[in-house]
Design a protein around this ligand. Structure first.
Ligand SMILES: Nc1ncnc2c1ncn2[C@@H]1O[C@H](COP(=O)(O)OP(=O)(O)OP(=O)(O)O)[C@@H](O)[C@H]1O
Ligand SMILES: [Mg+2]
Length: 476
């Protein structure tokens, strides 16, 4: 029998709570959402942005929660005869359990932050390290003040590797999270103008990302993008914490250095030098940015004691995470078109990466490369200029037609030559019929926009209208 995630005794001791009623002696999982409770899980009734978890205790109990971690002050209003661990502050109890999970494990711990590529890098690390030892990693983008402690609290004691995504929209948000995670290796995937409306400039973003090094264990390793102009800020901050710095990128002399990459439509072949060792490997997902991330992945794998050659081999079986370059074949009746689903979020860096990806997609005889783009949000006063500046990237990627949705994308519309202008509409929903009517056999389409621009439903509309087959996918 496998050991439970937590014994009740350990959970009570870690959270500083007291038992009321008869909770299960063994706790199989941790949840903060009553809809995801499996029998035997502990439900933490935390106060969310809109709702109080205590309102869902009854349904958590009905779903078989082994224990509900609840606030002393709310106990009186909760169902009698429930299975409770009663604490002073439920959120703090979750953080205490997170600290206990970190304290009890012998796993090598990785924390991943960066302006883009956190989830992609975290999932690639999960993929690579799972092959070499029991690996625990964040679900989806669980990278904030509740996602990080939740992921820690869910970490089984006997893991060999733990991988944590850490995100931020504002300065000061990473510091308390990295203090919980206490990574052996801290990765900054890159620094780019994202959430710019909350920052003075990109240098300020680099400073905020560098908070991740505050939590590094003594003798820890900082893996940083060595190609960005702000690399010095990251390197200095890491060195100030006594970290060993590993820079990755295309620049000469970097510790994890790209020698050569051959980019194909659905994979890449890479030659690199990783901490002194030459390696050639294949990546089962396309894109220059994926190649770049792979350097961080391999440098990190080596830094947590994994075998480099095995890690490199594992990358061949990697697939793009959902909405980050998945390919679908659209059946048009009299032919096929390719849909590249990049609908998971957008900022200038990931937009350029996706446009580059479209540039490498093959098109049929009569086919065209079509970019379907929605507004990139949270860019502040530079928004219009950052949208207009994509015109150059679209030309460089030999994109034939551009379909645009949203007020900010109108700035790009005005910057395009008329032969590239497909259609513009104020919203994604209004753009959808124009796009559906325009698709021809042989076309390759790439769809991208910030989550708030609602480009995801356009992908769904295309897939249902032209019964698609999913080429590569993985749900994260
Ligand atoms: N190194 C990179 N440079 C540019 N774009 C990238 C890079 N890595 C991934 N991307 C692209 O950026 C988008 C977001 O990727 P991903 O989900 O990995 O980022 P994230 O940092 O986790 O985002 P979030 O802050 O929303 O959690 C995807 O379109 C992905 O393909
Ligand atoms: Mg993410």
């Amino acid at each position: 029998m496998t050991a439970p995630l937590w014994t009740l005794d350990d959970l009570v001791a870690a959270t500083g709570g007291r038992v009321a009623g008869v909770p299960s002696a063994e706790i199989g999982g941790i949840s903060i959402d009553s809809r995801t409770i499996s029998p035997g899980d502990a439900f933490f009734a935390i106060q969310g942005d809109a709702r109080d978890g205590h309102d869902f205790v009854e349904s958590a109990l009905a779903r078989g929660a082994g224990a509900c971690v609840v606030a002393e002050e709310k106990l009186g209003a909760l169902p009698e005869g429930g299975r409770y661990v009663v604490v002073d502050d439920v959120f703090e109890a979750l953080r205490r359990l997170a600290r206990a999970a970190r304290a009890r494990t012998g796993a090598r711990i990785v924390a991943v932050t960066g302006s883009v590529g956190k989830t992609s890098t975290k999932e690639a690390l999960r993929h690579v390290l799972s092959d070499q030892g029991r690996t625990h990693a964040s679900v989806a983008s669980y990278n904030n003040h509740w996602g990080v402690p939740l992921t820690l609290a869910r970490m089984p004691a006997d893991c060999a590797f733990g991988i944590f995504e850490i995100g931020m929209n504002h300065a000061g948000e990473i510091a308390p999270l990295t203090a919980l995670v206490r990574p052996h290796v801290a990765v900054v995937t890159t620094v780019a103008p994202v959430h710019l409306e909350f920052f003075r400039d990109v240098e300020a973003i680099a400073e905020a990302k560098a908070e991740i090094f505050d939590g590094l264990e003594p003798g820890g390793v900082a893996v940083v993008d060595g190609d960005v102009p702000q690399a010095g800020i990251l390197i200095d901050a890491a060195a100030a914490k006594g970290a060993r710095v590993v820079r990755f990128g295309i620049g000469e002399g970097l510790e994890a250095h790209l020698v050569r990459a051959s980019l194909q439509a659905d994979n890449s072949t890479v030659m690199a030098t990783i901490l002194g060792d030459a390696i050639t490997y294949k990546i089962g997902a396309p894109g220059r940015h994926v190649v770049k991330n792979s350097l961080a992945v391999l440098a990190t794998a080596v830094s947590v004691g994994a075998d480099l050659a095995r890690a490199g081999l594992a990358l061949a079986a990697m697939t793009p995470p959902k909405g980050r370059g998945e390919r679908h074949t659209l059946r048009l009746g009299h032919g096929e078109a390719t849909l590249i689903d990049e609908s998971y979020n957008a900022n200038p860096a990931s937009m350029r990466a996706a446009i580059d990806l479209l540039g490498h997609a093959p098109v049929g005889l009569e086919g065209r490369r079509i970019a379907v783009l929605g507004d990139m949000l949270e860019l502040g006063s530079q928004g219009e200029a950052l949208h207009a500046s994509l015109a150059e990237a679209l030309v460089a990627a030999r994109v034939d037609r551009v379909f645009l949705a949203g007020p900010l994308m109108h700035a790009l519309w005005r910057a395009l030559s008329t032969d590239m202008q497909g259609a513009w509409a104020p919203t994604a929903a209004e753009l959808e019929p124009k796009l559906l009517a325009a698709i021809r056999p042989g076309d390759a389409l790439m769809i991208k926009g910030s989550n708030g621009s609602r480009m995801g439903p356009v992908v769904e509309a295309l897939k249902s209208r032209f019964s698609s087959t999913r080429a590569l996918a993985e749900d994260v």
